[in-house]
Design a binder for this molecule. Structure first.
Ligand code: 5GP
Length: 209
């Protein structure tokens, strides 16, 4: 599946659930510099949440149909997150990546799988300033039960512990600053070597302990 002749770039963005990823990505696609960017839409077997749109947020499938597509090897990668299936279909990548830069919003398992297939892929991780900040966001968005919030927080730690494999760590303390950092990576094509990450090793250690 690697396409050496493809001049477009592939970006994977991950963050713990509630990390504010979706609003940042929405802002990216509202930006005039994003005309040659597309977002990969994943399949999922999870229930629609309030505000979720078919074909914009996800393609919503039954678990049975999802499993059927796994069998037919229609996924580039798929993973189970919070008991539901999520996957990127080969078809989605094929149709979009040839004509545009592509942004994939995946968990760490997906990021790992994509990096193995496309070694040029740029992996971006949005790091929350604290676990408490993450918790407040989850409470505020009001989509999860308190049990599910605790569950998401412990998953967040696990997710953050995988941040080492990412090329870019973006601190998501302030929306505008995080967006500016993302713009450097997506629109200006800054290299990971030149990127001035505001995430310290210390912060990562504190988050995962
Ligand atoms: P949510 O249900 O909150 O929209 O997403 C839950 C998690 O699944 C997020 O971490 C999101 O990045 C991840 N995710 C969404 N689509 C995919 C996908 O196609 N593959 C993988 N591996 N993870 C995904």
């Amino acid at each position: 599946l690697s396409m050496p002749e493809n001049l477009h770039k592939l970006f994977v963005i991950s963050s713990p659930s509630g990390g504010g990823k979706t609003s940042l990505i929405n802002k990216v696609f509202e930006d005039s510099r994003s005309t040659n960017f597309e977002k990969s839409i994943s399949d999922t077997s999870r229930q629609k949440r309030q505000g979720d749109l078919e074909g914009k947020d996800y393609y919503f499938l039954s678990e049975k149909d999802f499993k059927e597509k796994i069998k037919k090897e229609e996924y580039v990668e798929y993973a189970t997150v919070f008991g539901n299936f999520y996957g990127t279909s080969k078809n989605e990548i094929k149709t979009k990546y040839n004509n545009s830069n592509l942004v994939l919003e995946l968990d760490w398992q997906g990021a790992y799988a994509v990096k193995k297939l496309f070694d040029d892929a740029k992996l971006i991780f949005l790091v929350p300033p604290s676990l408490d900040d993450l918790k407040q966001r989850l409470i505020k968005r009001n989509l999860d039960s308190s049990e599910s919030i605790e569950n998401r927080l412990s998953e967040a730690k696990k997710e953050i512990s995988k941040s080492e494999m990412y090329d870019f760590l973006v601190l998501n303390d302030d929306f505008d600053r995080a967006f500016e950092d993302l713009s450097q990576i997506l629109f200006k094509g800054i290299s990971s070597k030149d990127f001035n990450s505001r995430v310290s090793k210390d912060l990562i250690e504190r988050l995962v302990e």
